[in-house]
Write a protein that binds this ligand. Structure first.
Ligand code: GRF
Length: 208
């Protein structure tokens, strides 16, 4: 059974997609062990609470230094003894020690087809604003392992989504979530839970 810890900062629609996929059996061999947010007002925490999933807030604002936060945050993460950590809209920089400890056991969902519209400053609506400003006809989402860079780890899954005439950033964001994020993130978890993902020479492969 894969013990999964989900890290969130906002509305938690990706967390909800994972919860629903586990409940419906779309994701197998998986238990959501807990949810941690840096934002005590994150609706994602309410989603966890409603579902009886252990949840807590660990915020940098509550500590006098980033070093102290990093230590307390990692203690909280380790406390769940996760096999896999899922960053689902988590907006806090992951401590380097945590990246090392959970290498190839920590994944992130990014709302673009990496390497497009990713890296520092590309998060949330900014990603979709940039895509519309560039006039791309296809966008999408990516699930990748987390490494020391920003959105640079081995890519596990991607899913493309059409840009439509008159799209606003908000409309496009919702379509990317509905048609891509909420599908490939649960699917990536199920693949990992069933030993179907391998990393070789910095590249991730889905085994048939
Ligand atoms: C999603 O768009 C995700 O791609 C990005 O942050 C957003 C989180 O949304 N990393 P939610 O909190 O899962 O609704």
């Amino acid at each position: 059974m894969l013990e999964v810890l989900v890290l969130v900062s906002g509305g938690g629609t990706n967390l909800q997609a994972i919860i629903d996929a586990v409940d419906s059996g779309v994701v197998t061999n998986t238990r959501i062990a807990g949810v941690i947010s840096n934002n005590k007002n994150a609706y994602a925490l309410e989603r966890a609470e409603k579902h009886g999933i252990a949840n807590l807030c660990v915020s940098p604002k509550d500590y006098s230094s980033r070093e102290e936060f990093n230590e307390k945050f990692m203690d909280a993460v380790d406390g769940f003894r996760p096999d896999l950590i899922v960053l689902a809209g988590f907006l806090v920089v992951i401590p380097p020690a945590m990246i090392e400890k959970y290498r190839e056991r920590m994944i992130n969902i990014h709302p673009s087809l990496i390497p497009a519209f990713c890296g520092k400053g590309f998060y949330g609506l900014k990603v979709h604003e940039a895509a519309l400003a560039r006039g791309v006809k296809v966008v999408g989402a990516t699930v990748h392992f987390v490494d020391e860079g920003t959105d640079t780890g081995p890519i596990i899954l991607q899913k493309a989504v059409e840009v439509e005439q008159g799209d606003t950033p908000e409309v496009l964001q919702k379509r990317v979530m509905e048609q891509a994020e909420w599908k490939i993130l649960p699917r990536a978890i199920d693949l990992i839970a069933n030993g179907k993902v391998e990393v070789r020479d910095g590249m991730a492969y889905v085994l048939s």
